[in-house]
Design a protein around this ligand. Structure first.
Ligand code: FMN
Length: 231
């Protein structure tokens, strides 16, 4: 795999990383608006997303940090309606089967499945984020093999977070969905993905439906005291 060296990065990218005198990269208020204003958006308007915007989102994803800088993320973008329908349709069958096997109420199952299907098929684009061990280190023992896999998944999640923030920056709604984790072979099969691409998440993307402005959706976060310890 070719890893981009600093000499090969266009000067404009380096310029973009210059700090202000007091160490900030962007205006503080803008930074917090981007980070705190991002919300999971689950309803979309029908208009398509220009390819140039999708490329910006994917570029942001590709600039995430990764273990050994191996960039073990892979992305499949589905914008064709028939592909979205096929993927959602196949996942729907499996989900229904699993929920029914759990003993869930049939009406409840149909309702949940219908909501999920509508969400997937009304999104302008679906991004299936995959992790691959192709370029990661290989170890003879299970402990280090597991650690390497964990790093692969962590790196992929960071790429997804960059993508979610970029989506917010460009006025798109996005939502991470974990469904592919439960049916990885099905997703690989429907999208004809290489065997080494292991589906981790599905990110729905689209321009937010009316009344779905991200900054208006209130979501609390636990106080820092609950999640941090100082020593
Ligand atoms: C690993 C992960 C899995 C998630 N899975 C789903 C999912 O399957 N369906 C869904 O609607 N949202 C899913 N979400 C979105 C979360 O519900 C959402 O991020 C959380 O409620 C906080 O809301 P916010 O993103 O608007 O701040 C997932 C998020 C993460 C990080």
């Amino acid at each position: 795999m070719k890893v981009q060296l600093l000499d090969e990065i266009p000067m404009s990218d380096v310029e973009a990383s210059k700090q202000t005198d007091d160490g900030r990269i962007v205006d503080e208020e803008q930074f917090w608006r981007l980070v705190q204003g991002r919300r999971s958006i689950r309803r979309y308007r029908p208009e398509p997303i220009p390819a140039s915007i999708l490329e910006k989102l994917l570029t942001a994803a590709a600039w995430a940090p990764s273990a050994h800088n191996r960039q073990p993320w892979r992305f499949c973008i589905a914008t064709e309606q028939s592909t979205k329908e096929r993927l959602s349709g196949q996942m729907r069958i499996r989900w229904r089967r699993d929920l029914m096997a759990d003993g869930a109420d049939a009406a409840f199952v149909e309702r949940r499945i219908a909501i999920s299907h509508a969400r997937l098929t009304s999104a302008a684009a679906l991004v299936v984020a995959c992790a691959t061990m192709e370029d990661m280190d290989v170890y003879p023992d299970p402990a280090r093999t597991q650690a390497e896999w964990t790093m692969t998944v962590q790196s992929t999640a960071l790429a997804c977070q960059n993508l979610l923030l970029a989506a917010h920056q460009y006025g798109l709604g996005a939502c991470w969905m974990c469904a592919p984790l439960f049916v990885p072979e099905l997703v690989q099969d429907v999208l004809q993905l290489p065997e080494s691409w292991q589906p981790q998440a599905l990110i729905t993307l689209g321009y937010p439906a009316e009344g779905y402005a991200a900054h208006e959706i209130i979501k609390e976060r636990a106080p820092l005291a609950h999640v941090v310890c100082w020593r």
